[in-house]
Design a protein around this ligand. Structure first.
Ligand code: 7TS
Length: 407
């Protein structure tokens, strides 16, 4: 079991008071805090090595390039990608998904083709497909969802046919916490010859991920939810698919030769990395991966499961609370308290130094499915403890009192 109290000391931002109370940060699903080794790696890069990559023939340029490429190798190892050629740095999960929507989907889909999407997606794994469908005449279809917020898999064979070209699905829902059994979906998609994209924004920071074991064709995630800086994301793609795709963005660094009459593309992964990339951010991501690897992703997952189960148990003891999503879940709890708007709840909790997220969580169709305009969400990471859960419970009691309900 991990020692969250000890790990907490690695995160300088957590050592502060908010509205007179020690900060309890329960919004890591939006963005996670950064451990000292990540902050140091970024600072060291700027203090010692800063230069552009892949171009300068001088010591700093070579060091910057070596560190940037080392970060790529760390990412490949972390998600068990077969080669670093399959790892493309982007600015976030959203851009990674859009890269596939533009370079793969728009160039290949035609009227009559189908894209199968789950209705529990973050907007970033739904809107790019709506746009691609509109541009190509393809049709969106949707998985069914069980009452407790899991994808129905027993009718997959009626949803996936030879018309299905792409299946886009989240690995872990950012609202319901649902852990999607991606490997079974990949198996069904394979039988129909469809390509599978997995949104791993909420899985990579919280559990071991092996893209080869999942068998998916594309896998997207963001660095900032796993302790890395903002501005760095990853797209893993199967090499044959990436090789066959045209570039997403054009510019410097993504070409092998340019003439006025036309250009040739650089080899993978550079074909998809136009312009000066997020160098310091990628190096920060490498440091975040080192940090998480030293803890062990199995242990992170086991710890979060235990903490989330504890939180669920404690919250369920409060009257008037509705918790959404399945029992087996990732490290977050989404809920509502009778008669209190989640924004009001978040405001009162903030007064108590507790940061949660309230709103539609960039997943409006999930809100529609739940039949509520918004929810509150507490999300956990390696630095959260049972004490944080107790502070949340105390804050919720205070909110109920404040709004005139007896706790
Ligand atoms: N996919 C999922 C499942 C997410 O939870 C998020 C962000 C994204 C994609 C997009 O990530 P980005 O880094 O490209 O913005 N989710 C949240 C959230 O739940 N609260 O704030 C951001």
């Amino acid at each position: 079991m991990i020692d969250a109290r000890a790990l907490r000391k690695d995160f300088p931002v957590l050592d502060q008071r908010v509205n007179g109370r020690p900060l309890v940060y329960l919004d890591s699903a939006a963005t996670a805090q950064k451990p000292r080794p990540v902050i140091d790696a970024v600072r060291r890069f700027f203090e010692e090595d800063n230069a552009n990559v892949h171009r300068a023939i001088h010591a700093l340029g070579e060091r910057a390039t070596a560190k940037y490429e080392e970060a790529r190798r760390k990412v490949a190892r972390f998600i068990n990608a077969p080669s670093e050629r399959t790892i493309i740095f982007t600015k976030n999960a959203t851009e990674s998904i859009n890269l596939v929507a533009y370079s793969w989907a728009r160039a290949r889909l035609k009227p009559g083709d189908e894209i199968l999407v789950s209705p529990i997606e973050h907007h970033s794994n739904l809107v790019p497909w709506q746009l691609a469908a509109r541009a190509t005449g393809a049709t969106l279809r949707f998985f069914d969802v069980t009452e407790d917020g899991q994808l129905r898999l027993d009718n997959l064979d009626s949803l996936i046919s030879e018309r299905t070209r792409l299946v886009a699905v989240t690995h872990v829902s950012n609202v319901l916490g649902t852990i999607v059994p991606v490997a079974s979906i990949v198996a069904a998609a394979r039988r129909a010859g469809a390509v599978v994209l997995v949104d791993g924004a909420q899985s990579v920071p919280h559990m071991p991920v092996d893209v080869q074991a999942l068998g998916c064709d594309f896998f997207a995630f963001s660095g900032h939810k796993m302790g890395a800086p903002t501005g760095i994301g990853v797209l893993y793609g199967r090499e044959e698919l990436l090789e066959a795709m045209d570039p997403f963005l054009g510019g410097g660094d993504m070409i092998s030769s340019v003439r006025l009459s036309g250009s040739e593309w650089a080899e993978l992964p550079y074909k998809f990395e136009a312009g000066t990339p997020p160098i310091a951010e990628a190096i920060g991501l490498g440091a975040a991966i080192d940090y998480l690897t030293a803890i062990g992703m199995d242990r992170v997952h086991a710890y979060e499961r235990r903490l989330t189960a504890y939180a669920r148990e404690r919250l369920e003891q409060l009257p008037g609370i509705t918790i959404y999503g399945p029992k087996e879940r990732g490290g977050l709890l989404t809920f509502n308290v009778d008669e209190i708007h989640p924004h009001d709840l978040a405001t009162v909790l903030d007064q108590h130094g507790i940061a949660i997220r309230a709103g539609h969580h960039c997943a409006q169709p999930v809100m529609e499915w739940l039949g509520v305009p918004a929810t509150a969400r507490a999300s956990f990471w390696v630095y959260n403890t049972e004490d944080d859960v107790e502070r949340l419970v105390e804050g919720l009691r205070a909110a109920k009192e404040f709004f005139g309900y007896v706790a």
